[in-house]
Write a protein of this length. Structure first.
Length: 359
């Protein structure tokens, strides 16, 4: 007679006050069936994903103590795990929500991890990659404390200089054969030399629907900016990256978001705010604020990529802003509950979460 999901939700306080308020607003405006129809539109979208290929490795260690003769901590290295990162992780998140995903990227000169990549991508994903001279395939290794999973140090195998002119032309040739067929182009720009000014301008000119995320990290800070893009359909970035781009510590996030919207001539902007959730903005509908839903946080790496991936696809299918933000926030809860990109999105889990929301 009664819905078990509804009883659990009402009596076990699965959602906080802000979360309940947002969910109640969604439930008053839409039915679950109406929301599910957007997933059919998403599935029909052909995605061209342009971004750096990254191999993430997590190496657990036992802390042995201070070295006998030097003021350093000594660690015992244990067996690590590798996961597809960067554009590969985004593709895996989207694989169950789109029938066609093509990645355009670069690998190292020796094309390291090419077999690993083909064996660790979900069905429906294809990769076309140029070779970057004098470079490895990017690997980011992080050493962890085995007990608390705290990151101790990161060691990166990387050459993040721009691709040369010959490689740039090879990349443009790859894009020329694919961009006209794509319904949506998703750029994951990690600032490691793939997306030159010439490549960016070509994509802007030819993409039917363009989504952009530029990530600030230890190798590109001070040199990598969203401002090199213009005339973008959808931009997603973290509040910290937004403040860095505008060199502003204290201005309101809303004011900065409006300035970003105008600076890059965007049609829609989303700014993620960690535990405070996310906001999106366009001039017609104004601001939409969505709370965060994560309760268990193991590792924050990849959370922004997850939200960006799903909201980009959702917005390209004209999903309403409030529903798309909810979807992206729910997806991020799955990512932060696991180490790095070890867990990609599962459609059945996402659908079950939406059912819980609407009951």
């Amino acid at each position: 007679t009664f819905s078990s999901t509804k009883l659990i939700k009402q009596n076990l306080n699965l959602f906080s006050g802000n979360q309940k308020e947002y969910i109640d607003k969604i439930r008053k405006k839409y039915t679950l069936d109406a929301v599910m129809e957007y997933f059919d539109k998403m599935m029909a979208q052909k995605i061209l994903l342009v971004g750096e290929t990254i191999i993430d490795e997590y190496v657990p260690c036992n802390a042995l103590g201070k070295a006998g003769k030097d003021p350093i901590m000594t660690l015992q290295k244990l067996k690590g795990e590798k996961y597809p990162g960067g554009a590969l992780a985004i593709a895996n998140h989207l694989a169950e929500f789109s029938k066609s995903i093509n990645i355009v990227s670069y690998l190292g000169e020796a094309r390291q991890y090419e077999d690993y990549i083909s064996n660790n991508l979900k069905q429906g994903i294809t990769v076309d990659a140029i070779s970057k001279s004098n470079s490895p395939t990017i690997q980011k290794r992080r050493y962890l404390d085995i007990d608390k999973k705290n990151k101790i140090i990161g060691v990166y195998d990387i050459n993040d200089s721009d691709i040369n002119e010959e490689e740039e032309n090879d990349l443009l040739d790859l894009l020329a054969g694919k961009i006209e067929q794509a319904d949506v182009v998703i750029i994951a720009d990690y600032g490691h030399g793939l997306l030159t000014k010439k490549v960016i301008n070509y994509i802007i000119k030819h993409a039917k629907y363009l989504c952009v995320n530029t990530q600030l990290n230890s190798t590109n800070i001070g040199f990598h900016t969203i401002s090199k893009y213009h005339k973008v359909d959808y931009v997603c970035m973290h509040e910290g990256e937004l403040r860095h781009d505008f060199r502003s510590r204290y201005r309101s996030t809303e004011d900065l978001t409006k300035d970003l919207y105008n600076r890059v001539k965007a049609k829609l902007v989303t700014v993620t705010q960690g535990k405070r959730g996310a906001i999106c903005y366009d001039a017609n509908e104004g601001f939409e604020h969505c709370p965060a839903f994560a309760s268990k946080i193991v590792d924050k790496v990849g959370a922004g990529d997850t939200l960006y991936a799903l909201t980009a696809l959702a917005f390209s299918a004209n999903m309403p802003h409030d529903v798309a933000l909810l979807l992206g926030s729910l997806a991020a809860t799955e990512t932060v509950a696991a180490i790095g990109n070890s867990k990609s999105l599962d459609k059945k889990t996402m659908f079950k979460m939406l059912e819980t929301v609407f009951k």
